[in-house]
Ligand binder design. Structure first.
Ligand code: KG4
Ligand code: ZN
Length: 342
């Protein structure tokens, strides 16, 4: 990134799943980062795509207004608008894209398409005096409710997917396990909370066998379902009486699955710099294990601030800024893509 460059203001919009988000960046610095999360999905135990699109429609104008107001920037000062093209829920993506397109046309400023997964990774390059930015090459582990990807990053826009989940994402595995335990959505943080006082070695779940760096998390869900069923047959209060140990054991298994492939990738590439992102990077067991590897194995570990790990628009803005510097703009015939490889 150049050290001295003219001031560029970018408005970024993210609407790939259930959060409507807008941010304003001045070059690589975040001036505002607003997220409206959609509580409506809690009642359904997961994201309902149709409801998500409608909520985006309701949220997008106030969220953008708030982002501009908090940044103290008038829309006429903006140099470009960045938006998430994919991957994500099509109906949700279309809302953000249509808004970004119309505003860029009205203001006569460029439009920049952003890959959401690149956003999770390049969030590490947001200017933050307290944080050291990764140097290339590094490995990125993106873990959220929608994605589990292990990526080799050689440059801002030179990334290779080494492996990814072939079925459920790891966050989804946390949430579905939590649901089986009767916990509300999203259950990942609750499993983490109850696991704090539990014994992670009390129960064991068979880990999936996947070739290379790919992941699978759907089998674990079935294993947990059978385990709970068996436990309840013997004791109707099995879950209540063992909740902490069950949560700790589930968490331990899920984090081990993530780590097995990560360690393999470090060994095979010789790259010991690891950047994590996505909502599951908030998990305390994952963080403890990363810390242990940085101490014992000399890994350099990068974890962004929480507001930039979960879905947010600042991460879309930093990709927008890096693309702006390359004059990498999008023409108006662009459309959203539910599947959008890196
Ligand atoms: O990145 P994110 O906010 O949204 C997307 O899915 O893109 O990630 C949300 C996911 C949910 O599955 C949630 O349960 C999980 O991150 N999560 C956690 C924790 N905090 C959030 N999973 C385990 N432990 C946590 N502390
Ligand atoms: Zn995400």
């Amino acid at each position: 990134m150049p050290d001295r460059e003219p001031t560029v203001y970018i408005l970024a919009i993210e609407s790939s799943c259930d959060d409507t988000a807008a941010a304003v960046l001045q070059n690589a610095t975040v001036l505002s980062n607003v997220v409206a999360d959609q509580k409506i999905h809690q009642a359904f135990g997961g994201v309902v795509p149709e409801l998500a699109s409608r909520a985006h429609q309701q949220n997008i104008v106030p969220v953008v207004h708030q982002a501009l107001a908090q940044a103290g920037i008038d829309k006429n000062q903006l140099h470009a608008i960045a938006f998430t093209k994919g991957p994500g829920l099509l109906g949700s993506l279309l809302v953000g894209m249509s808004f970004a397109k119309s505003l860029s046309q009205a203001l006569k400023i460029p439009l920049i398409e952003v890959n959401h997964m690149q956003g999770h990774i390049l969030a590490h390059f947001i200017d933050d005096k307290k944080k050291i930015k990764p140097t290339f090459p590094f490995l990125a582990l993106t873990v959220s409710g929608g994605h589990t990807q292990l990526i080799r990053v050689d440059d801002y826009f030179n990334m290779t997917v080494l492996g990814q989940s072939k079925d459920d994402a790891v966050g989804e595995a946390f949430d579905k396990s939590a649901k089986l335990l009767g916990l509300p959505y999203p259950g990942g943080p609750l499993i983490d909370k109850y696991a704090q006082t539990g014994n992670p070695y009390r129960f064991t779940f068979t880990k999936p066998k996947m070739d290379g760096f790919d992941y699978s998390f759907s089998g674990i869900k079935t294993a947990i379902l059978n385990f709970i069923h068996k436990g309840k047959v013997k004791n109707p209060d099995f879950i209540e009486e063992n909740l902490a140990d069950i949560c700790a054991s589930i968490q331990h298994t899920l984090i081990e699955i993530l780590f097995d492939k990560l360690v393999l990738a470090v060994q095979q590439t010789g790259i010991t710099k690891v950047a994590v992102g996505g909502g599951v990077s908030a998990n305390s067991a994952l963080r403890r294990k990363l810390e242990a590897y940085s101490k014992d194995k000399n890994w350099t570990v990068y974890i962004p601030d929480f507001e930039y790990t979960t879905d947010n628009a600042a991460m879309i803005g930093i990709v927008g800024y890096l693309k702006f510097l390359k004059n990498d703009f999008t023409d108006e015939s662009i459309s959203s893509t539910a599947k959008y490889p890196l």
